[in-house]
Design a protein around this ligand. Structure first.
Ligand code: AMP
Length: 430
């Protein structure tokens, strides 16, 4: 029988890498709390129409990457419901905002989420079919200040802080404005005209997009199409005064807080719901899939899925890519246990468990060996998993004095049991 494996594009996360995932999530939660965000958890699957109406029929995500199935009808008269594993989380958050009438509080809602998303993309390094996003949204009625450019700048400043606290250095923030829905419609028309003579020389996808949704041509990654795309009109020339001054206010606030950015005229993002500010943080250490996170404003999204006017702005970070970046920066050495207890002989096993319990309850991470191991085997196991070894024979049990060897210094010392936790808590070099 063929052995079963994780499905293509999915993977198991194992220790010690999972410790890095946990650290990233703990840091994100702590930073979000300081900016007064609360956590939201939405279902992993939703009605398919939520995504076609928000992300957009013409996007790659909706047109070819969703995991969709027909759920059996409960009664014969009922039509089966089309369900989809969420490919992103903003649509679900806005659906929940509408469903729970969060706009009626009159307050800005500041919500963050951490969880798996699903897209049937071609798997490669940094691109998976199940991946995890850490994201946040600021959404509310206009009178709560949800349209203010200060919200955009604050989110970007929070992201710069979060990346710094994660230890991710060397990121680049790219910024653009895609304008209001009217600006985008105008720009789409300008592009459509400009593409008439050019599209026949471009890839098949672009030929289709040139007719159905010309803005998406700017997302094209085919190398031969790039010089053509560079000649296309820029969206900045289609923005109205309000969109221009909104964008200017975002950049003034960013400049004041010292967050560096560059303007990227082609940054229109792969989802249809974006309006005005769009942004991406990239990192050179990631290779082809270099986007750490992306986001932007979505002032018409709530109305597009049947809700009240609720402008908002948000982002999603690829957690898998944060992990890859930290590994590439070598800021992610696996943590070793504080000590390994090596009982010398099976008669000491019980006493060793009691000592392990005492040390673990004082907050230390302890590996417990086994009395059937020869001393060399204990040393080998200890060296792989812990920073020190504690040798515990019958003499040590009787005298209450233990032998501790620190692997980083090679120094061996005798430590009275009462002082052991204090000695182990002192920093070691490894
Ligand atoms: P998006 O929802 O497409 O704006 O993506 C936001 C971020 O999620 C990207 O910048 C990536 O870091 C991450 N991401 C998107 N798709 C994938 C994927 N298939 N595998 C891993 N990370 C992804």
């Amino acid at each position: 029988m063929a052995t079963l494996k994780a499905v293509r594009g999915t993977r198991d996360l194992l220790p010690p890498e999972t410790a890095l995932w946990n650290r990233i999530e703990a840091t994100a939660r702590a930073v979000f709390a300081r900016y007064n965000f609360g956590e939201i958890r939405t279902p992993v699957f939703e009605d398919t129409s939520l995504f076609s109406r928000s992300v957009g029929e013409e996007t790659d995500i909706v047109s070819k990457e969703m995991y969709t199935w027909e759920d059996r009808a409960r009664a014969q008269s009922e039509k089966p419901q089309s369900l989809t594993l969420r490919p992103e989380n903003t649509a679900g958050v806005v659906r929940a905002y509408i469903e729970h009438k969060l706009g009626e509080t009159g307050q800005l809602q500041k919500l963050y989420y951490i969880g798996p998303q699903f897209r049937r993309e071609r798997p490669q390094k940094g691109r998976y079919r199940q991946f995890s996003q850490i994201g946040a949204e600021v959404i509310g009625p206009p009178h709560a200040g949800s349209e203010s450019p200060l919200r955009d700048a604050e989110i970007l400043e929070m992201l710069a802080t979060l990346l710094d606290e994660l230890g991710i250095t060397g990121w680049t923030l790219e910024l653009n404005s895609v304008g209001s829905a009217a600006d985008r419609a105008r720009y789409n028309e300008t592009l459509r005209q400009a593409l008439i003579p050019l599209a026949p020389k471009m890839c098949e996808d672009c030929q289709r997009r040139a007719v159905t949704n010309p803005l998406r041509v700017l997302d094209c990654k085919v190398p031969e199409d790039q010089p053509i795309i560079e000649t296309l009109p820029k969206i900045v020339d289609s923005l109205d005064d309000e969109s221009k001054s909104h964008f200017a206010a975002v950049t003034v606030a960013l400049d004041a807080s010292g967050v560096p950015y560059t303007r990227n005229h082609r940054l229109v993002r792969g989802l249809d719901y974006y309006t005005r500010t769009t942004f991406e943080f990239t990192h050179g250490g990631l290779g082809a899939q270099n986007a750490l996170l992306g986001g932007g404003r979505y002032d018409g999204l709530s109305e597009a899925i049947g809700g009240p006017k609720a402008p908002g702005i948000g982002f999603a970070m690829g957690e898998d890519r944060l992990v890859l970046t930290l590994q590439a920066l070598e800021a992610a050495k696996p943590e070793k246990a504080d000590a390994y207890i090596a009982p010398l002989g099976e008669t000491v096993n019980a006493a060793a468990l009691a000592l392990a319990r005492e040390l673990r309850r004082s907050g230390l991470t302890i590996e417990l060996g086994d009395g059937s191991f020869r001393l060399k085997k204990s040393f080998d196991a200890a060296d792989r998993t812990a920073r020190r070894i504690i040798i515990m024979g019958e003499d040590e049990v009787a005298s209450g004095i233990l032998t501790v060897k620190d692997f980083s210094t090679g120094i061996q010392t005798k430590v009275p049991r009462a002082e052991l936790a204090g000695v182990l808590k002192a920093p070691s070099d490894q």
